[in-house]
Design a protein around this ligand. Structure first.
Ligand code: GLV
Length: 318
């Protein structure tokens, strides 16, 4: 008999076809964002769940899942939406989709840097109206060449961004739990502390996972470490920024501009960002290319398939 898998969000067609070939897949044809209660109800009789970052699968949900559920395969590299420790206690493995979205996300990280530094939001607004005229000082922004890029979290995405940013003539600095080997560092300068990294960051790119340690790491106090007029960008998770402090730093020009793709409590965005001309903001597009989304879902499916066939999976995170 085919295994039964709840697929919580709509996937691209080729991915849904593969899932339906492999399993009795409960697809979400209307792409409704399921409530926690609905996930519990729909998972009855299922052997696994293919979840996505829009669902909060916390301890309460995990403990209410039927005992038949043995795997939660998250359609994302980040897994802050799942209480993986609670899952482990119930013998449920949690998997993610590393590697396949590195380049697409690094591209968006670079877009955020360019958009914030070169005042893309204001430029796009002027271009659509007839109220602009070229002048020597029109929409002057900050040039990347020769400026210092601080990368918080030098994992796959951070390293891919470092490579791109180097080709723009940026000097790379980073903070990571552990220092990288010299070959992987490739000239980037390691910082022992957040204070040390932030104080040299003309531009910061947040690329680290959301954990207890990184929550609100950019806050009222640490914003003071930055050079006046720094640019802060975030392609990882909204949890890392204390929004009220950031809005205030933008208003008082301590921070020149921000570039954000991720937010606390998505899809809501702190209203303080919405009317800031210096906020270049996108709706969580990091991995949004056909190639990458297809590869991510394919990997999330393969993770379940591997687990059903062998009892384990190489992309297990708990
Ligand atoms: C996207 O945000 C992901 O974690 O894959």
């Amino acid at each position: 008999m085919k295994k039964k898998v709840l697929v919580t969000r709509k996937l691209l067609r080729s991915n849904e076809e593969r899932a339906s070939k492999l399993w009795d897949a409960k697809l979400n044809l209307n792409d409704e964002v399921y409530s926690q209660q609905k996930i519990i109800e729909l998972s009855q009789g299922c052997d696994g769940i293919l979840s996505s970052l829009t669902e909060k699968i916390d301890e309460k949900v995990i403990n209410s899942l039927p005992p038949s559920v043995k795997i939660i395969s998250n359609f994302a590299v980040g897994f802050g939406n799942i209480d993986h420790q609670a899952a482990k206690k119930r013998n449920i493995i949690v998997t993610n989709t590393p590697d396949v979205l590195t380049d697409a996300t690094a591209e968006i990280a670079m877009l955020l840097i360019l958009g914030a530094c070169r005042r893309a939001k204001e430029g796009m607004e002027f271009a659509r109206k007839e109220n602009w005229k070229w002048s020597a000082d029109f929409l002057i922004g900050k040039q990347l060449t020769g400026s210092r890029l601080g990368i918080l979290g030098m994992g796959r995405i951070g390293r891919a961004l470092a490579k791109i940013a180097k080709s723009f003539g940026m000097e790379i600095h980073y903070r990571n739990r552990s220092r990288l080997s010299p070959e992987i560092e490739n000239g980037a300068k390691f910082h022992e502390s957040i204070k040390s990294l932030f104080s040299v960051s003309d531009v910061l790119s947040i690329c680290c996972p959301a954990t207890k340690e990184t929550k609100n790491i950019v806050n009222k106090e640490t914003l003071e470490y930055f050079p006046t007029g720094a640019i802060i960008t975030n392609v990882a998770r909204g949890d890392m920024i204390e929004d009220e402090a950031m809005v205030e730093a933008l208003a008082n020009r301590k921070i020149y501009a921000i570039g954000l793709d991720v937010y606390k409590g998505e899809p809501k965005i702190n209203s303080g960002y919405l009317n800031q001309s210096t906020a270049f903001i996108l709706p969580h597009l990091g991995s949004a290319t056909k190639k990458t989304r297809t590869a991510m879902a394919d990997l999330a499916i393969s993770n379940i398939d591997e687990f059903f066939n062998t009892g384990k999976c190489k992309n297990t995170i708990n």
